[in-house]
Each structure stands twice: as C-alpha cells, then as structure tokens.
Design a protein around this ligand. Structure first.
Ligand code: COA
Length: 166
C-alpha cells in the first residue's frame, strides 16, 4: 500500500471522497453556518487548488484516501468509508510525516474537530499528542471562519532521504 501523487483526472473522485468524509465526521458536531459552506463544489475547487500537494492511495482513477500537508501542518486526511480500518490512513499519514520531515519540519501539528473521536483515536495510536484546544482559522469562500479545535502535535526526526519519492 503506497502513497502516490494525485492525478488531475482524479479531482472529481477526490472531491466526492472529501465531501462524504467531511459529512461523516462533522455533520453532527459542527455549526450549521460552516456546514453550509462545505458543499461538494467547494471541495472540488479546494482540491483543484491543492492538487500538487495531494497524495493518495488507490489505483489510478480510483483513489480510496488522500492527504495534504501545508507548511508544518498535517492539513487534511480523508479515507473512504470502505477503506477505513484497513491501514490506508496509516500509509497516508506515514507518507505525510516523511514529506514534512524532508521539508525540515521537526514538530508538526494538526487540527481535529472537537468530538471527532475516531480521528482523535487514530492520531493518538500513530504517536500524535493532544496538546489542548486552539482557535483554528478555516478558509471558506465567504472568508475566514474561526473554529475551536483539538490540537495535536508530533515531533519528527529530520530526514534528507529521497529514496521514497515518487
Ligand atoms: C480519521 C480517519 C482518516 C482514520 O482512518 P481509519 O482507517 O478510520 O483509522 P483506524 O481504523 O486505523 O483507527 C481508528 C481508531 O478509532 C477507533 N474508533 C472507531 N470509532 C470510534 C469512536 N466513535 N470513538 C473512538 N474511537 C473510535 C477504532 O476502533 C480505531 O482504533 P483501534 O485501532 O484502537 O481499534 C478516517 O476514519 C476518516 O477518513 N474519517 C473521516 C474524515 C476525518 O475525520 N478526517 C480527519 C479529520 S481531522
């Protein structure tokens, strides 16, 4: 199970995966006004804009999960319902940690919605530490939206290894 770069022809499938995963994880726990912003079209635009940073697992044109890093942040991690509990998420996370480390990041962070217990459990078993709550500034097409979230951090060892690049 290897992560690879996303393909332009996968944008629609990845946007759908993101939209469905976002609703699964957040429908019951996030405010209505934020839910209204997170339409399928909004995820498609964001996916298109981020494409160069997107890593996926799955056959070409059939990705089952993706991950995006941004600066020192593990920015997005989503796995389709059918691929949860299979190790896809762990493969994407390991790949993301390697990329962060190669970029010189020694301490990475991520935001997890308060109440997203499955994600929290997953990060904890992968060695991420809960450090407290923080106000996260989310980009939406109507402007920045401030949301209190759980913050996780992980210390990464420095790496200049390029052997696992695509
Ligand atoms: C978060 C996500 C990437 C994790 O991947 P995954 O394949 O589901 O992860 P795993 O199955 O390996 O680990 C999940 C753990 O949570 C546990 N879990 C499941 N439901 C749970 C719940 N409601 N409360 C607490 N723990 C739960 C599982 O048992 C498992 O722990 P275990 O291995 O000790 O038994 C995936 O669930 C996903 O894409 N979710 C929707 C999107 C999302 O929330 N993304 C993260 C945004 S921060």
């Amino acid at each position: 199970m290897r992560a690879r770069a996303a393909l332009p022809e996968e944008i629609d499938a990845l946007a759908l995966l993101w939209h469905e995963g976002w609703r699964d994880a957040h429908e019951a726990i996030l405010p209505e006004e934020l839910k209204r912003e997170r339409t399928l079209e909004s995820f498609r635009k964001r996916m298109q804009a981020a494409l160069e940073q997107v890593r996926v697992v799955g056959a070409p044109r059939a990705p089952v999960g993706f991950c995006i890093v941004k600066d020192d942040e593990l920015y997005q991690l989503y796995v389709s319902q059918s691929a949860r509990g299979t190790g896809v998420a762990a493969a994407l996370l390991a790949d993301a940690e390697q990329r962060l480390s190669r970029n010189g990041v020694t301490k990475a962070w991520l935001a997890c919605a308060i109440g997203n217990r499955r994600a929290a459990r997953f990060y904890e078993k992968c060695g991420w530490q809960f450090v407290g709550k923080m106000l996260n500034q989310l980009d939406t097409f109507s402007g920045v939206y401030s949301l209190e979230v759980w913050r996780y951090e992980k210390s990464l060892s420095c790496s200049s290894d390029s052997s696992s690049r695509p």
